[in-house]
Write a protein that binds this ligand. Structure first.
Ligand SMILES: N[C@@H](CCC(=O)N[C@@H](CS)C(=O)NCC(=O)O)C(=O)O
Length: 193
């Protein structure tokens, strides 16, 4: 069984939708970051960076318990453990990896910093233009729904910075609706309940 420590945040829901789509069972433990629950000694032992989400898999590789922090690492872990969400073959896995890295390394940090740092707008528009162009002729980032889709969805589903209107990106809008219709996404998005 997996324990998921999360709050009702974009990064946390990346983990809950990932576990749902992977078909892995998990128990949710709310960590109320408004009440500073992330700074308790118990949570600091799980994640020295004192953030959510974190998972503890009591049946990790070889039956050894493991703790995973960082939502991207949790997606990779869920894909490895389930054998799902990581491309339909070795070639497609390279597609998943490219888009997953572009999203985690370039897209999310820029979008996340935009509210506090408005001059980043051209950078955000540039990378979103690349993603919109890719989604113009791809249903998902790779041949099948994957961790690349899971990485991006929480950011755009929860977007609220006025300077950047996502309706300039019709393919991202179409893709967001398609992903949001998936029952597993809806179950994960409803967490922590
Ligand atoms: N890169 C991390 C970011 C995690 C993160 O920033 N979590 C926020 C909630 S969305 C948090 O725990 N904030 C509490 C704090 O910074 O004290 C990830 O993807 O997991």
């Amino acid at each position: 069984m997996i324990d998921l420590y999360m709050w009702s945040t974009t990064n946390s829901r990346r983990a809950s939708i990932g576990l749902e789509e992977a078909g892995l069972e998990y128990n949710v433990h709310p960590i109320n970051i408004n009440e500073k629950d992330q700074f308790t000694p118990e949570h600091t032992a799980r994640n020295p960076y004192q953030k959510v989400p974190v998972i503890v898999d009591h049946d990790g590789p070889g039956g050894v318990p493991v703790t995973v922090f960082e939502s991207g690492a949790i997606l990779l872990y869920a894909a490895e453990k389930s054998g799902k969400l990581y491309g339909k073959d070795a070639v497609d896995r390279v597609e998943v990896q490219k888009w997953f890295m572009l999203i985690m390394n370039a897209t999310l940090p820029i979008m996340g910093a935009l509210r506090a740092n408005p001059p980043l707008l051209p950078n955000a528009e540039r990378v979103l233009g690349v993603i919109d162009g890719h989604l113009a002729d791809h249903e998902f980032f790779a041949a099948e729904f994957s961790i690349a889709d899971l990485a991006f969805y929480p950011r755009v589903a929860n977007w609220s910075v006025d300077s950047l209107a996502l309706d300039k990106y019709p393919n991202i809008i179409r893709w967001t609706a398609l992903v949001g219709d998936r029952p597993a996404i809806q179950r994960g998005w409803a967490q922590p309940g």
